[in-house]
Ligand binder design. Sequence first.
Ligand code: PD2
Ligand code: ZN
Length: 296
Amino acid sequence: MSRPASDHRHRRPCGGASAPTPELLQWLREQFRAGRRDDEALQLMRASGWAEAVARAALDRARLDMSQADHAAGPSPGRRVPGPQAADGSNRIEADGHAVQLLVTLRHPRLVVFGDFLTDAECDALIAEARPRMARSETVDTATGGGEINAARTSRGMFFECGETPLVRRIERRIEALLHWPVDWGEPLQVLHYEPGAEYRPHHDYFDPGQPGTAAVLGRGGQRVGTLLIYLAAPEAGGATSFPEAGLEIAAVKGCAVFFGYERASADSLTLHGGEPVRRGDKWVATKWLREREFR
Ligand code: PD2
Ligand code: ZN
């Protein structure tokens, strides 16, 4: 097994943390291509004498480089992407012992609408678990990678921890089985609540590669590659999820879900989408954003 050469082992950084060398970054990219996990690579760098801060910075830098190269190259035949696989034209998919209906499938944007993703009782129970922790939703500040309150998003929301409750675990297992994507290759489940007038203006869910804050965000699991939006409570009027470039509106129907994938962080994916203003009643949704690899 190759080791990451560290001739800097005893060198003290002068004027701040030392930066990863090009050789270390090259070694890391080779390790990732060979399927090495982040924690294993980190262990090898430590064993070779690399300082913790440098090793972690190198990990983030190499992952970011690879993610940008992958996205510039676009989809390739060997590249895994999340999504359902219906057996021989069936309109029902078994996901972790639960039957999900396949209602709409679109190739471009790559989008699928599911019926019966959650039962009414599961929707109500998830809302009850989320309700005490709701706070004004934030969006990612593309300059810094941090969160910010934004007039474009007037819902309230919260994040569960991964596997936080038995119900959250059951839903995560169902998502994993349906989309063929490991649950920890994604952000924890988020719940949003929209009251009348609240909306989420059109946006892309992937992180804009051209923005300065994106590097920090990609360091934790790479780009987003897909979104699963689950409708937990339907408003009486308004609140559809719209895809303006595709001329598509998906009504928020309790228990249904929409998946859309974007192999490339590009507007060509036609995944510009928004939550239309709620006119009457309340809308609740849960969102699972899928990442290129383990989210840590
Ligand atoms: O609640 C929605 O319809 C919606 C629309 C657009 C949610 C999201 N984006 C999201 O959570 O990313
Ligand atoms: Zn969105």
